[in-house]
Design a binder for this molecule. Structure first.
Ligand SMILES: Nc1ncnc2c1ncn2[C@@H]1O[C@H](COP(=O)(O)OP(=O)(O)O)[C@@H](O)[C@H]1O
Ligand SMILES: [Mg+2]
Length: 354
C-alpha cells in the first residue's frame, strides 16, 4: 500500500484528472500531472505538473522519478509513453496492455469477441475498396469510425444508405472500422474497479443518453432487468481479469429489445457516466481508482439515492448562476477557460434521496 504523502502521477490534465486529484487529496496523496497542454483543469489543483510532449523521453524519465505510481485519465496516451515510463522504472496502472487495446476500436472489439462478449458486426477499413466490400456485406445503416483517437462522437461518419459510403473513406482520413448500426433500446455503462489483490467492485448500472455522440444525461437506477445487469457484470469481470487490471474500468453497452447486451467500447479509466458517484455512492469512482492504483482496499460502491446527472456542454455552463441557486443541483465546473461547442465544461448531479 502506498503511504499517504506518496505522489500519484496522472497522464492527462482534463476534468477526469482534476476530479482524481480532488479524491487523492482527501486520502493524503499528492498528484503530479503530465500533460502536453498549458493551464489544464487538473494542473490547477495538483501539487506539480510536467508540461511536455507525450513522446518527450527526458520529461517522461523525470516524471517517472518524481512519482510512486502512474495512472491515466486519458486513453489516447501514445503506447510509447507508457513503455518509456516502464523503462524508466515506473509502476503503470492499469497495464499498458489494457491501454493499448482500448485505444484501437478494431483491437478492442476483437478482444471483446475473443472473451465471448458480443459486439456489433465490424470490419477493419483501410481503403475505400474495403469500405465498399464491407457495406456490400453488412448493408446500411452503419457507422464508420476512426480506429484511433475518436471521442465524444468525433471521428465518426454515419452511413444511413449505401450511397453515403461513396467517398466516406477519404472524408474519414484515417484507418477505420465499419460497424453495423445497432438498433438498441437503451444505452448503459458499467463502472467497476479491480484492486491489486484481484478484488472486484461494481457500481450500479448507469443508463446513458447521448446527443450528437456526446453523453448528455445519466440516470440511475437503469431501467433494465436484474439478469441483464448480471450478464453485464460478468462481461466486465472477464475483461478485468483478462488484463489482471488494477484501477477503474468502464464498459459501454447497447441493450437490445430482447435484453441482449452488445458491447460498444471500454474506457480503461474513470468515466463521465460515473460522475454521480461523487455524491451518490459511498466511494466515488475517483477515490476508488486512487485506492486501487495505490494498492489500497477498494471502498464500498453502495448507491445512496436515485440519480440524474446532466453534462454541461459548451455554453450550457453559462447557466451556472441558476444552477448555483438550485438546491437540488450539485454543481461541478471544470475550470476550462473557453466554452467551445461540444466541450464538456461541467456537470450537475441531482439526488433523489430514498
Ligand atoms: N454501432 C453503433 N450502433 C448504434 N449507435 C452507435 C454505434 N456506435 C456508436 N453509436 C452511438 O454513438 C455514440 C458514441 O459512439 P462511441 O463508439 O461510444 O464513441 P465515443 O468514443 O465518441 O464515445 C454511442 O454512445 C452511441 O449512441
Ligand atoms: Mg462512447
Amino acid at each position: 500500500m502506498l503511504k499517504p504523502g506518496s505522489t500519484i502521477g496522472i497522464l492527462g490534465g482534463g476534468q477526469l484528472g482534476r476530479m482524481l486529484a480532488h479524491a487523492a487529496q482527501q486520502l493524503g496523496f499528492d498528484i503530479c500531472i503530465f500533460t502536453d497542454e498549458d493551464d489544464s483543469p487538473a494542473a490547477r489543483v495538483s501539487a506539480q505538473t510536467f508540461v511536455a510532449d507525450y513522446r518527450d523521453a527526458q520529461a517522461l524519465a523525470a516524471f517517472a522519478k518524481r512519482v510512486d505510481v502512474v495512472t491515466t485519465e486519458f486513453e489516447n496516451v501514445p503506447a510509447e509513453t507508457a513503455q518509456a515510463l516502464i523503462d524508466a522504472g515506473a509502476l503503470v496502472r492499469p497495464s499498458s496492455q489494457a491501454l493499448a487495446i482500448a485505444q484501437d476500436r478494431f483491437d478492442e472489439k476483437s478482444f471483446f469477441n475473443a472473451q465471448g462478449i458480443a459486439t456489433p458486426r465490424f470490419a477493419a477499413i483501410a481503403s475505400q475498396a474495403d469500405l465498399d466490400t464491407a457495406i456490400a456485406d453488412m448493408g446500411a445503416p452503419a457507422i464508420l469510425k476512426t480506429r484511433r483517437l475518436g471521442y465524444d462522437g468525433r471521428g465518426q461518419i454515419r452511413i444511413k444508405t449505401k450511397a453515403d459510403a461513396q467517398g466516406a473513406y477519404a472524408q474519414l482520413g484515417a484507418p477505420g472500422i465499419l460497424e453495423a448500426f445497432c438498433p438498441f433500446e437503451r444505452e448503459v455503462s458499467i463502472i467497476a474497479a479491480r484492486g491489486e489483490d484481484g478484488a472486484v467492485a461494481f457500481y450500479d448500472l448507469c443508463e446513458n443518453e447521448h446527443a450528437g455522440g456526446i453523453l448528455s444525461r445519466t440516470v440511475l437506477p437503469a431501467d433494465v432487468k436484474d439478469d441483464v445487469a448480471a450478464r453485464g457484470r460478468d462481461a466486465v469481470k472477464k475483461v478485468l481479469d483478462a488484463f489482471d487490471y488494477v484501477g477503474v474500468l468502464t464498459i459501454e453497452f447497447f441493450v437490445m429489445p430482447n435484453g441482449a447486451l452488445v458491447a460498444n467500447e471500454m474506457a480503461p479509466r474513470v468515466h463521465n457516466s460515473g460522475h454521480w458517484t461523487i455524491e451518490g455512492a459511498l466511494t466515488s469512482q475517483f477515490e476508488q481508482h486512487i485506492r486501487a492504483v495505490a494498492g489500497w482496499p477498494l471502498g464500498p460502491t453502495t448507491r445512496v439515492a436515485g440519480i440524474e446527472m446532466l453534462n454541461l456542454i459548451g455554453d450550457d455552463a453559462d447557466t451556472w448562476p441558476t444552477l448555483a441557486a438550485d438546491p437540488e443541483a450539485r454543481l461541478h465546473l471544470y475550470g476550462k477557460r473557453d466554452a467551445r461547442t461540444g466541450r464538456k465544461m461541467g456537470h450537475v448531479t441531482k439526488l433523489k434521496l430514498r
